[in-house]
Design a protein around this ligand. Structure first.
Ligand SMILES: NC(=O)C1=CN([C@@H]2O[C@H](COP(=O)(O)OP(=O)(O)OC[C@H]3O[C@@H](n4cnc5c(N)ncnc54)[C@H](OP(=O)(O)O)[C@@H]3O)[C@@H](O)[C@H]2O)C=CC1
Ligand SMILES: CC(=O)[C@@H](O)[C@H](O)COP(=O)(O)O
Ligand SMILES: [Mn+2]
Length: 379
């Protein structure tokens, strides 16, 4: 038996994790956590029978308790609920599929409780990678990447133990606005930015892909996961999202991982690592595909990617500012309160304003998050 808990079970990664569970009866779900979608969480509780379920909203948690009082599940709320799920006693692997920095504290607590982490929640590593990675080492737990590119790199590192990485080729689709110039992005509407060419994902990450901030976050995520210098991480546009990323070694060999765009593959790989289990789904047909394209990113138009390299290079609390400003701006854009180009403008301005603090603690990271929000609110 494999015992797992899922933080963010009602989201895109959460529901796809449950699809993997459905196909693998030896996986048992011990805890499920969501923000406010209690209708879906109730269905999940009835199907997967976790011991604990958490809803962030206290009011919704009370509502859910009434709905599921005929079951044995314990309903909790708030950060306490998230931590109870991430540290649930029988759980071996915690799937962190929350969106945003809310994932930091439950992930830290899960590691301290000795749980392996199947990590989708990239914002946690971007802001607290300097805490998460040493803590995982100290507690001898695995950080298993779920993000497709990082899973690809992880797979390309298989069996290469002592061989140094020469270059990480971090692929990007380029998003729905690939090839466009800055001027053409002025009047982009929410609906336009939510049309990712290859992946169906949550709203926040879909906007991040369109601005290429997602790739910026992934550069920082890769740096922490694989302990490589920033200069060794090269972003390459691969519009078909067939090559999910690659690693180059000293002899010039490049080992890439390929597959149709389907997040169930990296999710299942993380849950079963190092075993490969059968996974139904579409396979690559090279004749149908015909070609694979590659381009250099346009760092001027997609300023968010350039800013990510700057934040990563300077380190300290600057990646937190980058991430928090983006979370704030994307929420505003999705709410139609700011224009599309203001997303990266806000990130730039928040970064310019910030006085960098090296080696921030979790509490300092959360303070910087608040300060960034306050700065942007005042503007
Ligand atoms: N989707 C994808 O294909 C990929 C996603 N990722 C990363 O994985 C993470 C999740 O992305 P995705 O699944 O797309 O996002 P979604 O928006 O689809 O899902 C987010 C999940 O987090 C829950 N949530 C949000 N806020 C809280 C909170 N305060 N307390 C508890 N639960 C909360 C949501 O609950 P509710 O529904 O109730 O609001 C939902 O279950 C992100 O970090 C993303 O960057 C990485 C690679 C690919
Ligand atoms: C599926 C996944 O891992 C996403 O992070 C994906 O990479 C987004 O596509 P972009 O390459 O457009 O950011
Ligand atoms: Mn990705």
């Amino acid at each position: 038996m494999k015992y797992i808990s899922i933080l963010g079970s009602t989201g895109s990664i959460g529901t796809q994790t449950l699809e993997v569970v459905r196909e693998n009866p030896e996986i048992q779900v011990r805890a499920l956590a969501a923000g406010s979608n209690i209708a879906l969480l109730e269905e999940q509780i009835r199907e997967f029978k976790p011991a604990i379920a958490a809803v962030y909203s206290e009011e919704k948690a009370r509502e859910l308790s009434l709905k599921v009082k005929d079951t044995n599940v314990q309903i909790l709320s708030g950060m306490e609920g998230l931590i109870a799920c991430s540290t649930e006693v029988h759980t071996g692997i915690v799937v962190t599929a929350l969106v945003g920095m809310i994932g930091i504290v439950p992930t830290v607590e899960a590691i301290k409780a000795g749980k392996d982490i199947a990590l989708a929640n990239k914002e946690t590593l971007v802001t607290a990678g300097h805490i998460i990675m040493p803590l995982a080492k100290e507690h001898r737990v695995k950080i298993l990447p779920v993000d497709s590119e990082h899973s690809a790199i992880f797979q390309a590192l298989n069996g290469e133990g002592r061989n140094e990485i020469e270059r990480i080729i971090l692929t990007a689709s380029g998003g729905p606005f690939r090839g466009k110039k800055r001027e053409e992005l002025k009047n982009i509407k929410v609906e336009d930015a939510l049309k990712h060419p290859n992946w169906t994902m949550g709203r926040k990450i879909t906007i991040d892909s369109s601005t290429m901030v997602n790739k910026g976050l992934e550069v920082m995520e890769a740096r922490w996961l694989f302990d490589v210098d920033l200069e060794k991480i090269q972003v390459v546009i691969q519009p078909q999202s067939i090559i999910h990323s690659a690693v180059e070694y000293a002899d010039g060999s490049i080992i890439a991982q390929m597959g149709m765009p389907d997040m169930k593959l990296p999710i299942q790989y993380a849950l079963y690592y190092p075993e490969r289990k059968p996974l139904p789904g579409e396979r690559i047909d090279f004749f149908k595909l015909g070609r694979l394209d590659f381009y250099e990113p346009d760092y001027e138009t997609f300023e968010g990617l350039a800013l990510a390299y700057e934040a990563a290079k300077k380190g300290g609390s600057l990646p937190t500012v980058y991430n928090a400003a983006n979370e704030y701006a994307v929420a505003k854009f999705l709410n139609r309160e700011i224009s599309y180009l203001e997303i990266t403008k806000m990130i730039r301005e928040a970064m310019e304003e910030h006085k960098n603090r090296m080696n921030p603690t979790v509490s300092e990271i959360l303070t910087v998050e608040k300060e960034t929000y306050e700065f942007l609110r005042r503007k």
